[in-house]
Design a binder for this molecule. Structure first.
Ligand SMILES: Cc1ncc(COP(=O)(O)O)c(C=O)c1O
Length: 389
């Protein structure tokens, strides 16, 4: 058994399949599952409601914020614990002081949940929402120039993803943050596909808000994520959902002000056993290698899969050069969305190969992690060839 096979034994989901859906949901390590269960047992035997458990919860919250902050290269104060990416985006998008006539700019590669938030904000506050076309810049063209062209003097917020969930393109955040700042525009980044995949240094990126989740590339439990808010942008973002975790209280328990750090956007009781479970998932990756080493391996794996796919005449990879992220998206020439769905179903049922379809642009998306096996990629390619035959 190779070292990698050994490593992969830590993940229950990898024992019986070829897994390529890390962008949908990561494979949770056993240690996280065990930790969640042990935490639950601890809470029930010690409390559940009492001084000792309360202290444990407080220390777990702090430990998790520290673990997340180290992944993002920011200070702990800037982190809010949420449930998922979409909650983080909601906090940022609803917390802005919208005025009628303001403009909200989205890229054309945003997730339906985020588009839906923008639509409702437009409806409630008479804000104009427009979309800038980044899909055409995947293989040539400059996404920064496109965004610059679509920014208006009254653009209050730009929402874009760091790694585009459909094509896998990585956007240059520092440059985008620069043009936003020059225009007086706040920048919210959907980090669903970047946290756990890319080495990050948000401290220097200039991004105002960065919303992410633990359950995708970091392989944490579902139901826990986070939001980074740049300290200078905190006063521009009012809490929308509010509870006892958001505020400082006087001894009579009356709220007297917001928490001074990222806790002001946290609300109330949560599923606390997930916190140490998530920390264990983060720790597993850190033990394997640095964020740079993991990203390099992801790119090598993505290139390897891409090289095999481009050799199949009926397959068209969206990227004309090797991918720069772990997302490898491809189409069947002459096919449509039905074709992609049939292929994905065939791969799952006949080859235990788990991929997914994407609607726009219509394609099949295969995600490779740093611990993806060559043999898994071979299975995917063999499955595609068999289906085409
Ligand atoms: C780019 C992007 N944004 C948002 C989401 C939604 O994530 P969550 O369920 O964590 O809110 C996804 C999930 O696939 C995504 O890929």
């Amino acid at each position: 058994m190779t070292q990698l096979d050994n490593y992969r034994q830590q993940f229950l989901a990898l024992a019986n399949k070829n897994y390529f859906n890390y962008g949908g949901q990561g494979t949770m390590p056993k240690v996280s599952m065990d930790t969640i269960s042990q935490a639950q047992t601890y809470i029930q035997t010690t409390g559940p409601f009492g001084y000792e458990v309360r202290d444990w919860i407080e220390s777990e919250k702090k430990a998790l914020r520290i673990a997340i902050a180290s992944e993002l290269n920011v200070i702990e104060d800037t982190i809010t614990i949420t449930e998922d990416v979409t909650v983080g985006c909601n906090i940022a998008m609803w917390g802005i002081d919208w005025q009628p006539g303001d403009h909200l700019l989205l890229s054309d590669c945003e997730h339906p949940g985020i588009i839906a938030i923008a639509q409702e904000i437009s409806h409630r506050f008479k804000v104009e929402v427009t979309t800038c076309p980044l899909i055409p810049t995947l293989n040539s063209g400059d996404p920064v120039a496109v965004i610059e062209q679509y920014l208006r003097p009254n653009t209050h917020l730009l929402v874009c993803s760091h790694v585009l969930w459909n094509t896998g393109q990585i956007l240059p955040l520092d440059k985008i943050a620069g043009i936003c700042s020059n225009n007086g525009t706040l920048l919210l980044v959907d980090a669903a596909q970047s946290v756990g995949m890319l080495p990050l240094n948000l401290q220097t990126s200039g991004v105002d808000f960065y919303a992410f989740t633990g359950h995708k590339w970091l392989c944490g439990p579902e139901g826990i994520g986070g939001l980074y808010v740049k300290p200078e942008s905190r006063e521009k973002l009012r809490p929308t959902f509010i509870g006892w975790r958001s505020v400082i209280t006087e001894p009579q328990k009356k709220p007297i002000g917001w928490q001074r750090d990222g806790r002001r956007y946290e609300v109330a009781t949560s599923n606390y056993p997930l916190y140490p479970g998530f920390r264990e998932a983060i720790a597993i990756h850190e033990k394997w290698g640095t964020a740079e080493e993991r990203y390099q391996k992801i790119c090598l794996n993505a290139e390897s899969l891409w090289q095999q796919l481009v050799k199949i005449p009926q397959v068209k990879c969206l990227r004309t050069a090797p991918p720069e992220s772990g997302l490898v998206s491809f189409q069947i020439r002459g096919g449509d969305s039905q074709t992609s769905a049939q292929l994905v179903k065939f791969l799952e049922s006949e080859y235990k190969v788990f991929t997914r379809t994407i609607a726009d642009p219509d394609c099949v998306r295969a995600c490779v992690h740093y611990f993806t096996l060559e043999s898994e990629m071979d299975q995917l390619v063999e499955g595609v060839k068999e289906w085409l035959d």
